[in-house]
Ligand binder design. Sequence first.
Ligand code: ARG
Length: 567
Amino acid sequence: MEIFQSQLNRKLSEALAAAGFPPAGDVSPATDPRFGDYQSNAALVLGKKRGENPRKIADAIVSRLDVAEICEQPNVAGAGFINFTLKREAVEKKIAEMLHDERLGVASATSPRKIVVDFGSPNVAKPMHVGHIRSTFLGDALARIAEFLGHDVIRDNHIGDWGTQFGMVIWGWKNLLDLESLKRDPIAELVRIYKETNERATKDEAVREAARAELVKLQAGDPENYSIWKQCVDLSMREFSKAYELLDIHYDIVRGESFYNDRLPAVVERLLKSGLAEMSEGAVCVFFRDIPELVDKPCIIRKRDGGYNYATTDVATVDYRINDLKANAIWYVVGAPQILHFKQIFAIARREGYTADFHHIAFGSILGADRKLMKTRSGENVPLHDLLEEGMTRARAIIAEKNPELAESERNEIAKVIGIGAIKYADLSQYRMTDYIFSWDKMLSLHGNTAPYLQNAYVRIRSIFRKAGAVSLREAPALSEPAELNLAKRLSQFAEIVPQVLNDFRPNILANYLFELANSFHTFYEACPVLKADEPVRSSRLALCDLTGRVLQRGLKLLGIDVPERM
Ligand code: ARG
C-alpha cells in the first residue's frame, strides 16, 4: 500500500522529467489545509536556479502532472506553489485498505539494518539522573519504531559498572556500610557510602590514598574487592530491573563498561601501532589535526598513570558491536553534554575504517519549576523510582475523581498506565534538544497535548463500541461529511509519519501527529452522530472510530505507552 506522499513524489518526478527539468525536492504536507493536502515548491526551486518565472515553470509542470487517480486537478498558487487536494474516493479507498491492514498502512523499510541502540546506561552505585531517564524513554521509543519498521534492533544497556568510583565505593563498603539500609534501599545506601567517602577523601589525604589503593586492588583482581564490586553491580541491576519492569522496557543485552575491560590494552596497542594514537606528555592520545572543531581537543585513551578511561571503553565497544554483533548502525542515546566525546569516538572509528552509521542522539535537560536542573528539595538527583511512584499516586487520585465506580484493583492498574504514560509522553512529545519543565499538573491534564488526553480519546472509542452492541464495520466507509473526510485524511497520514520519526530521531513528530488525530476525532465526534445514525452511515462511522482507536493504540505503543480500556 503506497502512501499518498510517495505516489505524488513519483508523479512529480515523472512530470519534471517530461518537462525537461531536473529533480527538485519532494512534496510535503500542505502548511494550510485551505490550500489542499500536499504541496510542492519545485517550481520555486527551479525558478530561482534558472532565473525564470516560477509560475510559468509551475504551469509547465502541472500540464504534465498525471495525478487524476488520487487528486483533483492541481492548482498553482502564490509565487508558484503547486497544491494537491486528495479526491474523496482515493481517501475512501485508502481507509478501506487500512481497515484490513495489521500495520495500518506502514510499510517495512526497504533496506533493513542491524541497529544497536545504546540507551539508558545508568551508572552502578551512582544516582541515576534525569539524563538517564530521558535516554531510557527516548531510546526505547526509537527502538520500538525501528523494530516496527522491520529493522533488526539490539537494545544494549551500556551500564557504568567500572571506573574510578569503585575505589570510593569499596572503601565506603568496608568502612561505612550500614547493612540494614543496604537491604532496605540498596542504591540509596551505595550512593550514600560513595558520597560520604568522596567527601572524606577531599578533606583527608589518607582516605584518598586508601580509596585509590582499593581501586588498584580491584583492578588487580583481588578476590575480596572483586566480590564487593560484584555485589554492587548485582544489587544495582536488581533495582534498575524493577524500574524497567514498571516501565515495560526490555534490553537484549547488558554489556557494561566492565565487559570491555580486558580488551582495552589491545585497543591502545592497535591505535599506537597504526599511528592513529601517539604518546603525549606520558599519555596516549588521538589528535584530530584535520578536523577544525577538534583541533585542540585530543582524545586521551590511556592516562599518564596507565589507566584506561571512558573513551577507551567506547572505542572497544565499537569493535564489539561491529565485529561481533555485526551491526551496521549504532545509535547512542546520550545527553548533550557528551557531544564532544562522541565526535571523537566516531572520528576514531572512521579512521579505523569502520563504515557503519554512527549517530549520537543527544537531548536536552529536564528542568524543575525554577527552570534549573530538576532536583529534589535537598538538591539531589530525583530517584527514578520515586518519580514513577508519584506519577501513579497522582493518577490514582485523578481516576478516583473521574470514575468513582471503578474497583480498587482496576483503579490501580489504570493508574499505572496513566501515570507512567504521562511521564513518558511529557518527555517524548518535546523536541529532544529542548529543555522542558517537569510539571505534574500539565502532564496529567486530560486536556492538551498529554498522554491522558490521548488515552481518554481511546477510552471514549472503546466505550462507543461497548454501547454499540454487535457491530459489523463497513468495509468501505463513505466520507460524505467534511469532518469524516478530515479524520480519514489524518488516519492515512500515520503511514507517512512513522518512518519520518527516524529521519532525525524525533518521536515528538509521532506524538504531535497523535494529538492532532485525537483532535480531528473529537471534531468528527461532535459533528457526526455515530450510534444514532442510520445504516449504512452508522457502520461507516463505526469503522472510522475503530481505525482511530487502532492508530491511537499502535502509535502510543510505539512510544512505549499503553492504553486502558476505561478510565
Ligand atoms: N553511563 C554513561 C553516563 O552515565 C552513559 C553511557 C552511554 N553510552 C556509551 N556507550 N558511552 O554518562
